[in-house]
Design a protein around this ligand. Structure first.
Ligand SMILES: *Cc1c(COP(=O)(O)O)cnc(C)c1O
Length: 369
């Protein structure tokens, strides 16, 4: 496969050094965007063509653009890290590229070859290299590749014009004072995915459907919502955008099996990392009762969620409403106020690899520049 030819047009008005320093001192998340963006377009006749890095700016879309109506869209999320020697690295970009191929099959979008995906990410991050924050303080450059249906057509069929883009945004440390445990709301009114649905695809629609459940969580004083399987409302799936982990007092670790959940790259990495750290890891169904009873009895000693944005987030407690079906009253598991030992050990091991402070024994890091 011939590699993609990328043209580069640099902005004539890059951010000033002073303004950039100000932004990187306190980047937040998803607020500021780099000077450039990557674009490549697809049609059935031409395939992928016109790959380019150009100055960051708004898109002009016809109001009848397909994605605006039928949500034929997929995306990815990954980070680039600056190491102490100022080199810049991506964490497992090939895994994001492979996942986007799987998502594109589910959303009837064309396949972008993984090599081209990685090349696009590298092209943008190299041009906007100065936007990658200094290594201190666990900052990074969040990279957002996405693919949208850009045909102007209101008929319902796969779009015959598709656009793939990459944008990037500096990201601060998710937690300023170390990871603080979050409270989860157990959603029984809403689920995020059904059998044969698109739960395993990284697509905006899954996020759109999670928002009202997140509102319910907030209204009940919780930070995040956790979803159960849609079939039986019995088995733990995941949060709106993070996978779940349960640490047992005897040292073994359980994470919900794949199927209707999103296969997180952080999740996959933790399976390997925890194994290397001496924990037996099981991928299996875990029921909500096993969770409730386990943390109450002490059999489950730590619960955490994971994903690229926050890496690892400890779960402080789980709250639920009264259930007419089971007759169960509303309640809450005992409140945990500090991140657990195993949670923090796994988090540190992962972050140390990402920032080049530990040997990359799995070959996960890819040097960009
Ligand atoms: C992206 C995402 C995750 C986390 O995946 P990572 O690759 O670890 O960032 C988990 N759940 C959902 C629904 C997601 O979209």
């Amino acid at each position: 496969m011939r590699s993609m030819e990328i043209s580069t047009t640099r902005t004539t008005r890059p951010v000033t050094d002073d303004r950039l320093a100000e932004i990187l001192a306190n980047p937040g998340f998803g607020t500021y965007f780099t000077d450039h963006m990557f674009t490549v377009e697809w049609t059935p006749a031409e395939g992928w063509h016109g790959a380019r890095v150009s100055p960051y700016g708004p898109l002009t879309l016809d109001p009848a653009t397909a994605v605006l109506h039928y949500a034929q869209e997929i995306f990815e999320g990954m980070k680039a890290y600056r190491h102490d020697d100022d080199s810049i690295w991506a964490f497992r970009p090939e895994a994001n590229a492979d996942r986007m191929v799987r998502s594109s099959h589910r959303l009837a979008l064309p396949v972008l070859e993984p090599d081209d995906f990685v090349q696009a990410v590298e092209a943008l991050v190299s041009v906007d290299e100065r936007w990658v924050p200094p290594s201190a303080g666990e900052k990074s450059l969040y990279v957002r590749p996405f693919m949208i249906a850009t045909e102007t057509f209101l008929g319902v069929r796969p779009s015959q014009h598709v656009t793939f883009m990459v944008i990037a945004s500096p990201a601060g440390a998710y937690f300023s004072k170390g990871p603080l445990p979050v409270t989860l709301w157990l959603s029984t009114r809403y689920t995020r995915a059904g059998r044969g649905g698109m739960g395993a695809a990284k697509t905006g629609g899954n996020y759109a459907s999670s928002l009202v459940a997140q509102q319910e969580a907030t209204a009940n004083g919780c930070d995040q919502v956790v979803f159960l399987d849609s079939q039986d409302l019995t088995y733990v799936e995941e949060l709106g955008g993070m996978n779940m982990y349960f640490v047992y007092a005897d040292g073994h670790i359980v994470t919900p099996e794949l199927g209707t959940i999103l296969e997180g790259i952080t999740r996959s990495s933790i399976i390997e990392l925890a194994g290397k750290l001496g924990h037996q890891v099981e991928e299996r169904k875990i029921s909500i009762d096993e969770w409730r009873d386990g943390v109450t009895s002490g059999e489950i000693s730590e619960v955490f969620a994971c994903g690229t944005a926050a890496v690892v987030t400890p779960v402080g407690s789980l709250k639920w409403g009264a259930s007419a079906d089971s007759g169960r009253p509303s309640g809450e598991t005992p409140q945990v106020t500090e991140a657990g030992e195993v949670t923090m050990k796994i988090r540190r091991a992962l972050v140390d690899i990402q920032y080049g402070r530990a040997d990359d024994t799995f070959g996960w890091m890819r040097r960009i520049c």
